[in-house]
Unconditional design. Sequence first.
Lengths: 278, 273
Amino acid sequence: MAGRMEGKVVFVTGAARGMGRSHAVRLAQEGADIIGMDICGPIPGGQAPVATADDLAETVAAVEALDRRMVTFTGSTTDEDALTAGLADGVAQLGRLDCAIANAGIGGVPNQVADMPAQDWRDVIETNLTGVFLTAKAAVPHIRAHGEGGSILLVSSALGLRGMQNVSAYAAAKHGVVGLMRSLAIELAPDRIRVNSIHPTNVATPLVLNENTFRLFRPDLEAPEEDDVREAFTGLNLLEVPWIEPIDISEAVLYLAADSGRYVTGSLHKVDAGWITK
Amino acid sequence: MGKLEGKVAFITGAARGQGRSHAVRLAQEGADIIALDLCSQLETVAYPMATPEDLAETARQVEALDRRIVTSQADVRDASAMQAALDAGVAELGRVDIVLANAGIAQQGGPEPDTYKTWDEVIGVNLTGVYNTVHVAAPRMIEQGDGGAIVLTSSTQGLTGRGGDGSGATSGYAAAKHGVVGLMRSFAHWLAPHNIRVNSVHPTGVSTPMVLNEVIGKWIGANPDAAAMLANLMPVEIIEAVDISNAIAFLVSDEGRYVTGVTLPVDAGFTVK
């Protein structure tokens, strides 16, 4: 049986690990070739352990093991020239572009607004909002080029739909992604290019499962570990689960990227274990 | 192997249109079906409603996929008739894992000699009927202890009142479909501890007998302003029932195992316009 993404080429940012890797592999399973980008190094304002070139190579190995092609480049989604050149090269190698997933993001330095250095705020907005804008901007001409439509997915967050203390910049950027998504959906509908945002609850990736995030939930502990925060994380969700797996987001990505979502555009797609409903 | 192997789905309004499409799509994934439809005419509805022959055709298509189906004729406003239908299905198929509250009417464009009667009937079918559908099945799902998934069919009219003209038909339809969102959110809380997820889908105009009929056609033709207002953002006039079925297949399978409390539009951009 033909895969649901046979003959399609997908661009994924933040592809070295976590959700980005999961999306690349899931879509490759359905027949897609992948253009993967990652900074593979430290990001200003980033709090999670740094992704490496080895991480990105592992994503490539996983995609190639499925007998699909993958082209990668290293760079920051905030660097328009690198993004544009790298994507153009990937499209030249793989022949076309059908789908872009603006997945790259950082957690940012937690702080109350009253105490937050302006630079910390700017760092988060730069990667989590401007980086998403630049990713979409770079992808649009390639998807438009073949006239067959396509799908652009902007990874927002449950925090794109509600606030939370200490992470105002993150929440602001992720809310901003919704405004970008809605406007872009209107701009691109005549070309049958669909634009949707995805809103995960906490996902088991290095961006969430690290000591800096744990400390947010257990400020009373000096070195909190996974077991110390399980209950607090579970308390956010309506379903009895502390965090969900990258594959749960990838299934939503697949639904929206493939023909199953051919008439879904401008929608906010929650995969949040009921957090926002709670 | 299908992604719904071993599951049983209870579907209302299953004789034709979206309900039939859902039954067939879920059966393709391995589910057995408990199908319910009124199969007769309501007084305030001007277009021809489904018939027993339509319901038999759904059964034929499901059985052609080598899946089992139990059919019943009942009014979704009649909770005890609904309970009997569900119980009969469970007696034969053993369980219920999925509920699709799909049955609905659209009286827009029809004669409205008594606006209050029109209002009552659409609220009865499109809102109270949804409440009844979930209530007859949920206790059984809770008792099974295996979780489950419920999808309530709302509409773009559950998210916007665009096109409203004060008639019992348009106001009642929008009110009922907005009400479904409230039910969905409330049910999501009620059932989350049992790992039963509840979501709503919000289609734009779908190519089914409820939409593609003489009454609605005349109404659109006579109201070009309303027609323009009801146009989609994407260059597509009408979408297919399978597009809603694909959304539902995502929501009710393991692919959506952490999706609950969601209003999922399948609307060609209608609500973002």
